[in-house]
Design a binder for this molecule. Structure first.
Ligand SMILES: C[S@@+](CC[C@H](N)C(=O)[O-])C[C@H]1O[C@@H](n2cnc3c(N)ncnc32)[C@H](O)[C@@H]1O
Length: 161
C-alpha cells in the first residue's frame, strides 16, 4: 500500500479499520499473522476500499439491490463476491434473526474486514466458480458489481440476475 495517500490513511484510521500493532484482539487480527505481510497488506487494502470506495460508490446500491432481491424475514441469502460486506449487512437487517446470511469473496483481506464489521454474519473465503456451500443452501443469491468477467464461466439462471 505504498501509494496510499495521507487522506486515505486518515480516513481508514477514522473508521478503525487499519490494523496496527496496537490493535491485537480484533477478529481481523486473529485471522492475521504478524509474520504474514501479504495478508496484512490485503487487509489494509480492503480497509481502504471500505473507508473510501464503499461510501463513495458501492454503498448507494445496497438497499436498491436488497429491494430488487425482495429480501425478507426468514430467507437464506448468499452474497457472492461480498467485498467488505455492505450488501450482506443490508440484507441481514431485512431477513432478521430467523434468516441466514452468508458472504463469500475471493480476497482474504475483504473477508477479514467484513468479519470485523459484522461478526454475526457467516463469512467465507471462496470464489463464485466454486461456491463453498452445498447445493440448495440458499433461497436467494445476490452479487453487487462483482461478476463482470465471471458470467462467461458461471451457469447463472436468467431470472437470478
Ligand atoms: C468491486 S468489489 C465489490 C464488492 C462488494 N460486492 C461491494 O458491493 O462492495 C469486487 C469484489 O469481487 C471479488 N471477486 C472478484 N471475482 C470474484 C470471484 N470470481 N469470486 C469471488 N469473489 C470475486 C473481489 O475480491 C472484490 O471483493
Amino acid at each position: 500500500m505504498g501509494c496510499r495517500s495521507d487522506a486515505q490513511t486518515r480516513a481508514a484510521h477514522r473508521r478503525g479499520l487499519v490494523l496496527r500493532k496496537s490493535s491485537p484482539g480484533t477478529e481481523a487480527w486473529r485471522h492475521t499473522s504478524m509474520a504474514d505481510p501479504t495478508r496484512r497488506a490485503q487487509i489494509e487494502a480492503a480497509s481502504v476500499y471500505d473507508a473510501l470506495f464503499v461510501p463513495a460508490v458501492f454503498g448507494q446500491w445496497a438497499s436498491k439491490l436488497a429491494d430488487a432481491a425482495r429480501a425478507r424475514p426468514g430467507q437464506r441469502v448468499l452474497d457472492v463476491a461480498c467485498g467488505t460486506g455492505i450488501l450482506a449487512r443490508e440484507v441481514a437487517s431485512r431477513i432478521g434473526s430467523t434468516g441466514f446470511i452468508a458472504g463469500i469473496d475471493a480476497s482474504p483481506g475483504m473477508v477479514a474486514v467484513a468479519r470485523q464489521l459484522a461478526p454475526a454474519i457467516e463469512w467465507r473465503e471462496g470464489v463464485a466458480e466454486a461456491i463453498p456451500f452445498p447445493d440448495q443452501s440458499f433461497d436467494t443469491v445476490v452479487s453487487q458489481l462483482s461478476l463482470r468477467k465471471s458470467h462467461r464461466r458461471l451457469r447463472i439462471p436468467a431470472q437470478g440476475f
